[in-house]
Write a protein that binds this ligand. Structure first.
Ligand code: NAG
Ligand code: NAG
Length: 294
């Protein structure tokens, strides 16, 4: 990716394949048994629903299957440099690393995208509305963000005007009840994003316990509370270039929830190395408060 911020983005460029003979990781997310739509007056409004209900999802996302995915572009560049997720009509969640490269009135924000190669996206007789473009009005990076350790790698972008919600553009739900990643349920967890393909791909992921993750990447980065790790469930090679800010999604009560946000991958690491994600439940209060006051 040719860009002025190449060195920063480079940290996010990861391409790896998996080694054999590793032990199996417990891959379990525990969701609280409650609908979570009324707990915040600003979050989870009209969130997370699509027409797709199948639990085992195809490798390529279908039309209107990820209406919350947002792309960020440098002015006059045709390749996005980061992802985000729509959480209200005017707020986008992304990483602090991404936000450091997002400039008020300059960065281009694209919502409702599907196939990068076509103007109007159709599948069969069904067509999406045109993409909506917005400018950035405000960038709010978490106060505790540390660019050396990637601690609190989270930010919220306020766009200049509301998006019009439709089947193509919709916020994702956030887990509003504090929950621990535990051992009760094992929902399928997917990370969807645009890679080098024209349409968003989705990767079936498995959670990697923090202690196991520390053993694998601890020599490269100090993992903190607020970070979780995940790797491909079926050992696929994952192309996550420009994928920072994309969501780890879990289906719950027929809605998609963002349980984590892709933060970093380790360059030049051993095959099988997990990706590091921001643990969204740990930041829900911050997200709520920030959205509410901005
Ligand atoms: C993935 O790799 C692990 C460790 O190398 C192996 O135990 C497991 O069977 C593989 N799974 C698939 C679906 O290939
Ligand atoms: C962004 O644009 C608005 C409206 O034109 C203007 O009021 C504001 O000063 C600009 N901000 C920056 C940082 O350029």
């Amino acid at each position: 990716m040719a860009s002025v911020n190449g060195s920063v983005i480079c940290l996010l460029l990861v391409l790896f394949s998996f080694s054999h003979g590793e032990r199996e990781y417990g891959a379990r997310f525990h969701f609280p048994d409650k609908a979570q739509l009324e707990l915040s007056d600003v979050l989870n409004k009209d969130c997370g629903s699509t027409e797709y209900e199948d639990r085992d999802r195809p490798a390529e996302r279908r039309l209107q299957e990820s209406p919350w995915l947002v792309l960020f572009y440098y002015p006059d560049e045709s390749v996005h440099f980061c992802h985000g997720t729509l959480i209200t009509r005017t707020h986008i969640l992304t990483t602090a690393v991404c936000a450091s490269n997002i400039a008020v009135n300059e960065t281009s924000v694209v919502l409702g995208e599907y196939d990068l190669a076509t103007d109007q996206d159709c599948e069969g007789v069904k067509c999406s509305d045109p993409v909506q473009r917005r400018s950035v009005e405000k960038v709010i990076i978490h106060d505790g963000y540390n660019q050396d350790t990637f601690l609190h790698d989270i930010a919220i972008i306020v766009i200049d005007r509301e998006v019009l919600l439709s089947d193509s553009i919709k916020p994702i739900c956030l887990p509003l009840i504090k929950f621990e990643i535990g051992t009760v349920n094992q929902p399928n967890v997917y990370n969807s994003l645009w890679t080098t393909m024209q349409r968003p791909q989705q990767y079936w992921m498995r959670y990697v316990e923090l202690d196991d993750c520390r053993q694998l990447v601890g020599h490269k980065i100090n993992l903190n509370e607020g970070q979780i790790c995940a790797r491909s469930y079926n050992n696929k090679t994952i192309e996550m270039t420009g994928g920072a800010g994309s969501a780890l999604e879990v289906e719950y009560h027929s809605r998609m929830y963002q349980v984590a946000m892709l933060s970093i991958g380790i360059l030049e690491s051993e095959p099988g190395t997990p990706f590091i994600y921001v643990d969204i439940p740990k930041y829900v209060q911050w997200i709520h408060d920030t959205v509410k006051s901005n």
